[in-house]
Unconditional design. Structure first.
Length: 157
């Protein structure tokens, strides 16, 4: 006989499960990537505006100022959705708040959508962009693993 009591499969773990810890680390990594993308955008803003202004698909009469403000606006929105909100939510996720898991999933999904429509984040064609999407998908995967579910269910009790 073992001296450690066995835990039924449905019992919640006493410590933060590995899957939640992994999701937390991946969220930090993705937030760092978003900040790097923001710094790159702001340091190369003039060059990016020039490239956008040369696009034939750009509506005639579009001013450089409107392109600049759109780029900056969406980058700020992306930083809020991909950095600020998730990092605040992580505090509650670590405590086992189920609403925070849902909110972090929604924020991650929103940042993926922003990324895919090209309004936030790096280019999908870049390695950086692929890593960004893989991290986002992995965060959601780890947040919703069975062991994570037990952790959040325990906190609800």
């Amino acid at each position: 006989m073992s001296s450690t009591p066995s835990t039924p499969d449905h019992a919640a773990p006493a410590q933060v499960p590995r899957s939640v810890s992994v999701a937390e680390k991946l969220t930090w990594a993705r937030a760092a990537m978003s900040l790097v993308a923001a710094v790159v955008l702001f340091t190369a803003l003039d060059s990016i505006v020039d490239v956008v202004m040369e696009q034939p698909s750009l509506a005639s009469g579009t001013s450089e100022a409107s392109v600049r403000s759109t780029l900056v606006g969406f980058r700020v929105l992306d930083v809020l959705v991909s950095v600020v909100v998730p990092l605040v939510l992580l505090r509650f996720v670590r405590r086992g708040a189920g609403w925070a898991r849902l909110a972090l999933t929604a924020a991650t999904a929103a940042s993926i959508l922003l990324f895919l429509v090209g309004l936030g984040g790096p280019s999908l064609a870049s390695v950086f962009g692929v890593v960004y999407l893989v991290l986002a998908a992995a965060i959601v995967f780890f947040l919703w693993k069975k062991e994570s579910g037990r952790w959040f269910a325990k906190r609800r009790d």
